[in-house]
Structure formats: C-alpha cells, structure tokens
Design a protein around this ligand. Structure first.
Ligand code: ATR
Length: 265
C-alpha cells in the first residue's frame, strides 16, 4: 500500500504556464489513490527559477520538468547517464535526474521495422533530442532534420553527433527534403494549438508513416487519416512516459491506466 502524506511533494515546473495533460490526470490519480497531496503546476519565471529551485528540490520528492528548464535543471541535480547523453532532464526523483521522454517514444516504436525507411524529423527542441536518442537506441544511424530556426538544428546535430548522423537543412529546402524521405516524425509543437505547417501536406502522400508527438490528432494526423497513411499521435508516448515517471517516483499502480481511460472518454 502506497502512503503519501506530504502535501507538497510533486510538481510540474514550466514557464510560461501552458496546457498540461499531466496536471489533470495526476491529480485525479492522486485522489483515487487517496494520496494526501496535490500535483502542483509551478510556473516559474527565469528569476524565480534561479532563486528558488534549490529550495523546491529540497522540499519536493518528484518533479516533472518541461519547457524551458529541461537543460537548466541539470545544473541542480544528479543526472543519470541518459540525461547526460541527451543533455535534457524531464523528471526528478529525490534530486536525481532522469529522461523518460525518450523511453515513452521508444516503447511505441520498439517493434517497428525501419528497413527502407528514410526518416525526416521536424523540430530541434528538447523533445526532438529525446526522440532522436530513442531512434539511436533502436539502431537508426542516419536521419534528415529540418527546423524553423536553422541554428538550433546545428546545436542539436552537435549535441547528438556521438550517437547518430544528422543531415540538417534550412527550412527553404523543405519540399525537396520531404520528397526524399518516407517516414515523418513531427517533434515541434505545431499542431498543439491547432496551427499547421506552411508546406503542402500533399507532398507527404507517398509516406509510409506519419508520427506527430503532439498528444492529440493534429492537422497532420488528420491529413494522414484522410489519405490512409499509417500514423500515430503522441498520446501513447505521453502515457508511457507518465507510467515510467510514476514507477521512478515509486507510486505506480495499475489504477493509473483506468484514470487515463476515464478522462479520455
Ligand atoms: P520541446 O521541449 O517540446 O521540444 P522547445 O524546446 O520549445 O520544446 O522546442 C519546440 C520546437 O518546435 C522547436 O524546434 C521550435 O522551432 P525553433 O527552434 O525555431 O523555435 C518548433 N516550433 C515551435 N513553434 C513552431 C512553429 N510555429 N513553426 C515551426 N516550428 C515551431
């Protein structure tokens, strides 16, 4: 039986405050499990983060870390090897840092056959790094990548160069690069708030798979569904990493899956 007494043990750290699927689901889970605590959504500006993060780490047991602090938090915690490799941390347990984003994604692709698949990644943020690391763990040696800001692609390429070969291209080349690949992974937040990419989606008509890591059906996924292209949104990735997080925090119970099902329907 898991007993949680301290009210202030668990929180999400982000800035600015954004819609979070974890906030609603974890609080519901805590209620069902009769934990005497809440999952807090701590939106910390840069100044406040720097002033208070050591204190928050000291008082808390489990933290989820998201944009823009996944890299900054590493200065304050003891990172595990995956965090050191990816240079991003999305989970803290008792001052130890983990990256469960890559595991969440890896779990969804571990049985895929990537033979004859040429992968194009869109995006070069923290999520892209975790996805690329998972692809490396799956044995992928080479990918193409396009990001809105080219300099961010170059930083990511340098960060990941010991694991995987990344060909980076400027966004002006997007049409040509889409046509030379056949497996798309969108790692940007485009679609999260119903925006769409500027390129013509019909360029993707021959793709064998379209993966969008946004946890709901975006315009890209709707396009794939319309064209009967195999596809996946980011919900399972989110679910897998959430389960992994609860396991690391040592508060996982299979009632969690029930909470997810209830809130989804
Ligand atoms: P995360 O940790 O979720 O990856 P992030 O580090 O803020 O979040 O990265 C978001 C990614 O989405 C980046 O690749 C970003 O592109 P920039 O490097 O140019 O900022 C990309 N992105 C966000 N909004 C976008 C938009 N409207 N069009 C294209 N790319 C966008």
């Amino acid at each position: 039986m898991i007993k949680i007494k301290n009210k202030y043990k668990y929180a999400l750290i982000q800035y600015p405050k954004k819609q979070s699927i974890s906030y609603k689901i974890l609080n519901e889970y805590f209620k069902i499990m009769n934990f005497d605590c809440e999952y807090f959504d701590l939106s910390l500006s840069k100044d406040i983060f720097e002033r208070y993060i050591a204190k928050i780490l000291n008082k808390s047991e489990g933290l989820n870390i998201t944009v823009p602090y996944k890299e900054k938090i590493i200065d304050y915690i003891d990172p595990d090897q995956d965090v050191k490799n990816i240079k991003a941390c999305n989970l803290v347990y008792k001052n130890k840092g983990y990256n469960t984003d890559w595991i969440g994604f890896y779990e969804t692709i571990k049985d895929f056959d990537f033979k004859d698949k040429n992968i194009l990644i869109l995006g070069a943020g923290g999520a892209a790094k975790a996805i690329i690391y998972a692809l490396y763990k799956k044995g992928i040696k080479n990918i193409d990548l396009i990001n809105r800001t080219y300099s961010n692609s170059c930083i990511l390429k340098e960060d990941m160069k010991q694991f995987i070969d990344i060909n980076t291209y400027k966004k002006e080349k997007i049409n040509e690069i889409i046509l030379k690949n056949n497996f798309l992974i969108n790692c940007t937040s485009v679609g999260m708030y119903d925006q769409r990419f500027e390129f013509n989606y019909n360029l993707l008509s021959k793709y064998s798979f379209i993966y969008d890591i946004v946890y709901k059906d975006t315009e890209l996924i709707k396009y794939a569904n319309n064209k009967k292209i195999n596809n996946k949104n980011g919900f399972d990735m989110w679910k897998n990493q959430a389960i992994e997080n609860l396991k690391i925090w040592k508060i996982y119970d299979n009632k969690f899956e029930g909470v997810i099902k209830c809130l989804k329907t």
